[in-house]
Ligand binder design. Structure first.
Ligand SMILES: Nc1ncnc2c1ncn2[C@@H]1O[C@H](COP(=O)(O)OP(=O)(O)OP(=O)(O)O)[C@@H](O)[C@H]1O
Ligand SMILES: [Mg+2]
Length: 286
């Protein structure tokens, strides 16, 4: 795997703490949604954001949700996270109903959401400490090393680049040993070079831990490069209009973008997204 090494980015630590890896693997989460709809009331009008969505994500799968702006991707992800209660339908993780947020689901947001007054180590140790785990700092150090930021453990978020802050965000989400990692356009605010390196780093972490990932993006290349499976959402109200298997070998190298299968998958996604983006654009301008 070719991961550039420079000050802003170092590869994930070799030989992750086996104990940590085992704990996550043993908790791999199956996500099931059954006829989930979400609507909001806005200015007295009911707006349907997600419409009757049913799906099952297998433990350890890397699934991307791809769709045009405003189609309901974040709403769907936030429903799995438990921040939004579906208007109808049900969501379960390993058969257990989602009734609100919980440490079994780690979330990484597009906007960096670290505690600015805490150091990197304190940020990552926060979850394990709240859960009453012993040696939260040592758990934090394992995950900080995994995202290649050991040298920055005592720094504050404002001293880090955007990409580094997102890696701390990933470490913080994983430090709770989640069954599911939920990511909402986590690399959307990064420049393209950093973004590519982050994608490789994420795949490396995921290949070590094999935790289920649900990854929201509107970037087709990002979805194809990262995923086992891509769920394409329609324009608002969002529903899944295509379920695309990504049969590309792993580990994935940046050169995979030259592969014929990659190019065909990209084209297929593009066709779906183009049609839906046009619809979304027309709706937003109606
Ligand atoms: N809390 C809320 N109250 C009212 N309407 C909302 C709320 N959250 C989302 N919406 C609406 O639901 C629809 C779907 O929003 P959502 O944020 O899920 O889309 P998205 O696909 O994540 O878009 P983007 O790609 O721009 O992030 C939009 O029309 C949005 O305005
Ligand atoms: Mg969104």
């Amino acid at each position: 795997m070719s991961i550039a090494t420079q000050d802003v980015f170092v590869p994930a630590a070799e030989g992750l703490a086996d104990e940590a890896a085992m704990q996550i693997r043993s908790k791999q989460g199956k996500i099931e949604m059954s006829e989930v709809s979400v609507s909001f009331v806005k200015a007295g009008r009911r707006l349907s954001a997600v419409s009757e969505t049913s799906l099952a994500v297998e433990p350890g799968q890397f699934v991307s949700i791809l769709g045009p702006s405003g189609c309901g991707k974040s709403t769907l992800l936030n429903s799995v996270a438990g921040y939004i209660t579906p208007t109808t339908g049900a969501i379960t993780i390993d058969g257990e109903p989602v009734n609100g947020p919980g440490p079994d689901r780690g979330m990484v947001f597009q906007q960096y959401s670290l505690f600015p007054w805490k150091t990197v180590r304190q940020n990552v140790a926060f979850g394990p400490r709240m859960l009453g785990r012993s040696k939260p700092e040592s758990i934090a150090d394992t995950f900080i090393s995994m995202v290649g930021l050991s040298k920055f453990s005592d720094r504050y978020p404002k001293e880090l680049s955007g990409g580094m802050q997102q890696r701390v965000g990933i470490a913080r989400a994983l430090a709770n040993y989640p069954r599911v990692l939920l990511m909402d356009e986590p690399f959307g605010a990064l420049d393209s070079q950093t973004r590519h390196m982050m994608q490789e780093n994420l795949l490396q972490i995921w290949s070590e831990f094999g935790t289920t990932v649900m990854f929201v993006t509107h970037d087709i290349d990002e979805a194809v490069f990262l995923s086992d499976r891509i769920l394409v959402m329609s324009a608002s109200p969002g529903r899944i209009i295509a379920d695309i298997q990504v049969d590309l070998p792993r580990p994935r190298d940046p050169d995979i973008t030259l592969d014929e299968t990659y190019i065909n998958l990209r084209r297929l996604c593009h066709e779906h997204i183009r049609a839906e983006s046009l619809k979304a654009f027309e709706q937003q301008n109606a």
